[in-house]
Design a binder for this molecule. Structure first.
Ligand SMILES: [Zn+2]
Length: 499
């Protein structure tokens, strides 16, 4: 097997810095780091050799150069272009060149049957719920509020939060998502917040941790943000960035602004929109705001979002199936806002960006097509496949505040890259890069995933994750939570409302 990355950069210290106490259902060692041996599988060595790898930022610079050779390269950089055939040179964690026919002393990855593009960005995901994925496919928002928020979440222990974060992040990486905005409303105690951060760190994904509320007597939200910021976010040169997930409470926005972090707020329905609009009239809506869903917002509010430079995170499949209201796609586009895309809750819908892209692509076109059929003239343009890939990449980078680092394949940016196979039955023969991605591909096409120059997936397989161990942890966490709430454990029993 060809040596791919210098193993010396992946050899871990032998001590663990975990502060967790091993508790029921999970061993200390499991909680200390399930995502071990990131590159071990690739090197043919045992994943066990990395079992003591401590939590921490996996995005350390690697010295070796990697050359992605001969792919269709979609840069999404307006100043470069997309290429029928080009190379991408990575040095350490950065992209250093994107052009045809690069010669370099580098480890070569053959991209000749690949589309090379920026890693996908999921701009809103409640990662802590990973162990409850697919548990409420038929649910509405009211079912979710009752069962997931009201019943299950209060039972979460810190290690359940950890496992949820980890498996959500691993699933994201597997699907080509290199950045995830995590808004996990499970900060029942400072230990819960720590566990969320640790789960993200142990996965190796790039993430915005939007610190969010919890419940119970030990909850320290939002003031614990000061400790979190000092403890985990003192450097800007790391994979994790801090933000604040807020409710419609002005004091929470003030806490975020004092800390200098972005503000992510769910806005569902017209009354919520009217509240935000009234704050906007007082000058409180700013460029650090990201509005999640924004279903039912008035034209006036959408204009205010555009005028104040705020961002949008649309979770189209969730909004449609759970009765949040119609995704405000066209209203956003009418005011010049390009939305980012998000998967929201895995309790109800798949968290991959192919699902998100296909959803907004067909929805916007359906709405415009219906207006055309009804005789309306001078209609807004139909979304194109390239438009929605931009939503899933560069627009995600903008709303998470990470555009200076990621979102396009631009020399100088960090190398967050996904490579999609074009030689599989679902896209043979290969005719159109943008169309293939949006209309025909799925996660089976995700061949290689790179985060900050580190290879997280290669040849269609996650690199270095002990999936048996992670699956065991997820099983035990799910059993604990579901046991506590007393839900049926049958995979066929849908007797419960929303199941
Ligand atoms: Zn949400």
């Amino acid at each position: 097997m060809k040596k791919f990355i210098d193993s010396s950069e992946n050899v871990a210290p032998t001590t663990s810095s975990s502060k967790s106490s091993g508790s029921a259902g999970m061993t200390r060692r499991e909680f200390a780091g399930a995502a071990t041996g990131m590159i071990a599988g690739l090197l043919g060595s045992s994943a066990g050799a990395f079992a003591a790898e401590p939590p921490g930022n996996r995005g350390q610079a690697i010295s070796q150069r990697i050359l992605l050779k001969g792919g269709v390269v979609l840069t999404f950089d307006a100043n470069i272009s997309d290429f029928e055939k080009a190379d991408v040179l990575i040095e350490g964690k950065k992209i250093v060149a994107v052009e045809p026919n690069i010669s370099a002393n580098a480890t070569v990855i053959d991209a000749s049957k690949m589309i090379v593009l920026p890693g996908f960005i999921d701009s809103h995901h409640h990662c802590y719920q990973g162990a409850l994925r697919n548990i409420q496919t038929n649910g509405l928002l009211e079912d979710y509020s009752r069962d997931i928020v009201g019943e299950a979440t209060p039972f979460y222990r810190a290690e359940d939060a950890y496992v949820g974060e980890l498996i959500s992040a691993v699933r994201a990486l597997d699907a080509g998502i290199t950045t995830i905005m995590d808004i996990s409303q499970v900060s029942h105690s400072p230990e819960h917040s720590d566990a969320c951060i640790k789960g993200l760190m142990d996965s190796g994904i790039r993430a915005v941790f939007a610190y969010a509320r919890g419940a119970g007597p030990k909850a320290q939200y939002p003031q614990d943000i000061e400790r979190l910021q000092k403890q985990y976010f003192s450097s800007a040169d790391q994979l994790l960035t801090l933000a604040l997930g807020t409710q419609l409470i002005q004091e929470q926005w003030a806490v975020a602004r004092k800390a200098g972090v972005r503000i992510f707020t769910h806005v569902v329905g017209r009354p919520a929109g009217e509240t935000i609009l009234s704050w906007g009239r007082s000058g409180l809506m700013r460029a650090d705001n990201v509005y999640i869903h924004a279903t039912g917002v008035s034209a006036e509010l959408m204009k205010m979002i555009a005028d104040t430079g705020g961002g949008l995170s649309i979770a189209s499949p969730i909004e449609m199936t759970m009765r949040h209201g119609m995704p405000p796609l066209q209203r956003a586009l009418d005011y010049g806002i390009r939305p980012s895309l998000s998967s929201d809750v895995e309790t109800t819908m798949a968290a991959d960006m192919f699902t998100q892209m296909r959803s907004v692509f067909t929805l916007q076109r359906a709405m415009i097509n219906e207006r055309a059929i009804n005789g309306e003239k001078n209609l807004p343009p139909l979304l194109t496949a390239r438009d929605v890939i931009g939503f899933a990449t560069v627009e995600g980078a903008k709303v998470t505040g990470l555009e200076p680092k990621v979102g396009t394949l631009t020399p100088g940016k960090e190398a967050d890259i996904v490579m999609l196979r074009t030689d599989l039955p679902n896209v043979l023969p290969f005719n159109n890069a943008y169309g293939a991605i949006v209309a025909h591909m799925d996660t089976s096409n995700v061949d290689t995933v790179i985060v900050a120059g580190k290879v997280m997936k290669r040849n269609g397989k996650l690199v270095g994750f002990d999936m048996d161990r992670i699956a065991g942890m997820a099983d035990r966490s799910r059993n604990y939570i579901v046991g506590k709430v007393g839900w049926p454990r049958s995979v066929l029993d849908t007797s419960r409302p929303g199941r």
